[in-house]
Design a protein around this ligand. Structure first.
Ligand code: 5GP
Ligand code: MN
Length: 341
């Protein structure tokens, strides 16, 4: 395992560079990969960003998003680019099982693999060069650090700044989570001095909902959110039919898990979403509740201390039951009635 500074000499000559991120990419995943993409292009490289799955609608405005390849819908083109690449960058995930069907091709790829990521418990053996810093707010902050480490501050143009701001903003809940350090604010100040219009980015992400999505949120909070004040837990379980009713698309459930956490009595929130082949789970917590370990131990997942993900192969009903048992929420047949609706 080599240090990230050892990558810098590899970037002295023009290279074909394959950049990827995790399945169901979010603001930090696409902000960091595209931020790096815009930087590397200015250095004379030929980068390509490959996403394991579809890009969500709320990020379609990101500069360069139209160049992103989707492995699910165009695997051949993605594999051809992988074969031709000299170097591979893996951003915003720390274990190869987070990239689903891309895992095998990437494992077999012989080119050097560079990790830039802030998740806990990285799979050290899978990468040749590593920048793994769980104390960082976002992978976008780390790409910013990487560019500065290379002494290339002057290459932080508006495209790079827009992409990197997006991931820091989304991963810190608009700069309010405890992980928002002084270094984050210094980075933001630097981007502002370089001319970034931050208000436009907030508008793109937070004020561009469809009416349908807003009604879906209303339905979810009114009909689907269960609050258990004694256990300090909030649970939302969404079936496929719930999602179909409102024609929910990739990314439309983004942020829903945070709502129960806004309730004073709730210290842990769980969103369960029924997909075609599995139940997807999102965990969020306040303070000293470690949802990353909980997700890893019980739901084949992981992530960060206060924000993690996981999955279950059980039915939606069975998964909710397992979760409630683990959280000491008594079965519905008992006298304990959840406060909901
Ligand atoms: P989300 O609930 O938004 O999908 O994920 C919350 C955080 O946990 C994100 O930083 C995401 O990258 C991470 N995460 C989600 N699923 C997994 C997983 O299965 N394993 C690991 N290690 N991290 C995950
Ligand atoms: Mn992230």
């Amino acid at each position: 395992m080599n240090n990230i500074t050892d990558v810098l000499p590899l970037l002295q000559e023009p290279k074909k560079i394959w950049i990827t991120t995790h399945h169901k990419p979010d603001g930090d995943a696409l902000g960091s990969t595209l931020g790096l993409y815009h930087y590397l292009r200015q250095k004379g490289h030929e980068p390509v960003v490959v996403s394991p799955s579809e890009v969500p609608d709320f990020l379609l405005w990101l500069p360069g998003i139209d160049t992103v390849l989707n492995f699910e819908s165009e695997p051949k083109a993605c594999l051809k680019q992988l074969q031709e690449a000299d170097l591979i960058f893996c951003l915003d995930f720390s274990r190869l099982d987070r990239i689903k069907t891309m895992e095998e091709p990437l494992r077999q790829a012989t080119q050097p693999k560079v990790l830039i990521d802030h998740h806990l418990n990285p799979d050290v053996a899978a990468f040749d060069y590593r920048m793994s810093e769980p104390e960082k707010s976002s992978t976008c902050e780390m790409v910013y650090d990487f560019i500065r480490l290379a002494g290339d501050d002057t290459l932080i143009n508006n495209d790079v700044a827009q992409c990197l701001y997006t991931g820091v903003m989304t991963d810190t809940g608009s700069f309010r989570f405890p992980i928002t350090t002084a270094a984050v604010h210094e980075m933001l100040a630097d981007l502002k001095r370089r001319g970034l219009d931050h208000a436009v980015i907030h508008q793109h992400i937070y004020d561009s909902w469809s009416a349908e999505r807003m009604r879906f949120l209303g339905y979810v909070l009114y009909q689907k959110m269960e609050i258990y004040p004694r256990q300090h837990v909030g649970i939302i379980a969404l079936s496929q039919s719930d999602q179909q009713q409102f024609r929910i698309a990739t990314g439309d459930t983004e942020g829903v898990v945070n709502y129960p956490l806004s309730i004073e009595a709730v210290n842990m929130a769980v969103l369960l979403t029924e997909k075609k082949d599995e139940i997807r789970m999102s965990f969020r917590s306040k303070g000293d509740i470690d949802v990353s370990t909980f997700a890893a131990q019980h739901f084949n997942g992981g992530g960060h201390f206060n924000a993690a993900g996981g999955r279950s192969q059980l039915s939606l009903e069975e998964t909710v039951k397992k979760l409630k048992t683990l959280l000491n929420i008594l079965p519905a047949t008992s006298k304990e009635v959840p406060v909901s609706k």
